[in-house]
Design a protein around this ligand. Structure first.
Ligand SMILES: C[S@@+](CC[C@H](N)C(=O)[O-])C[C@H]1O[C@@H](n2cnc3c(N)ncnc32)[C@H](O)[C@@H]1O
Length: 197
């Protein structure tokens, strides 16, 4: 089964087994992403759009959210939620974004980074579509170990592990990201890095 098929199958029940305080954790992701009113945000691997309400709360109606995913079924669930017109859904792959260069203030990858088959290429795409001084945020609101345990139960994503803080720091430094900050605590993971201005 491909990853796309795996996520298509999951879409109808995505979110049902979430930890009870997931909203607070997502709000924390949004806060650490330093979102501001009017910003343009790319929500990569949006799934059913769990992070979108938190992004919207910060960017407001002048902001733009482009939410991409490889799974049609995930996007179908997200569209059903009836988000406002400044949220745009795109069927797309992080390895080959159609978006223009330097289009976004923020690239947010919530609960998706381990699924990228070529992490360097994905990070180079994030770099390309970010404006100078824009921030990339890679987050796992239930924490690295919980994600790795969960993925290990499913063949399609069993190899998709969240990098340790050291590995993530190395990967980002090697690709010239700056102001790198990685939180790798039990129950919460977030890596934030800046494209130089
Ligand atoms: C674990 S779900 C997380 C969904 C959402 N971000 C959330 O926090 O609820 C991962 C999502 O990433 C999508 N995805 C996986 N690989 C992708 C890629 N290369 N480009 C874009 N989306 C991808 C999947 O289809 C799935 O919807």
């Amino acid at each position: 089964m491909s990853k796309r098929q795996f996520f298509d199958h999951l879409a109808a029940r995505w979110g049902q087994d979430e930890c009870p305080d997931i909203r607070e954790r997502l709000a924390w992701v949004a806060e650490l992403s330093r979102l501001k009113a009017g910003q343009y945000v790319l929500d990569v691997g949006t799934g059913t759009g769990a992070l979108i309400p938190h992004i919207l709360q910060a960017v407001g109606e002048r902001g733009i959210v482009v939410a991409i995913d490889i799974s049609c079924e995930m996007l179908r669930q997200a569209v059903r939620k009836g988000f406002p017109p400044n949220v745009h859904f795109v069927l797309g792959d992080m390895h080959r974004l159609g978006a223009c260069a330097a289009a976004f203030d923020r690239v947010l990858c919530n609960a998706v980074f381990p699924h990228f088959d070529d992490k360097e290429l994905a990070l180079r795409e994030a770099w390309r579509v970010l404006r100078p001084s824009g921030l990339l945020v890679i987050s796992h609101p239930i924490g690295r170990e919980a994600v790795n345990r969960l993925h290990a139960q499913h063949t399609a994503v069993a190899e998709d592990t969240v990098p340790t803080a050291e590995k993530m720091y190395y990967l980002l430094t090697h690709l010239n990201w700056t102001d790198i900050h990685v939180i790798d605590e039990p129950g919460f993971y977030l890596a934030r890095a800046r494209k130089p201005g």
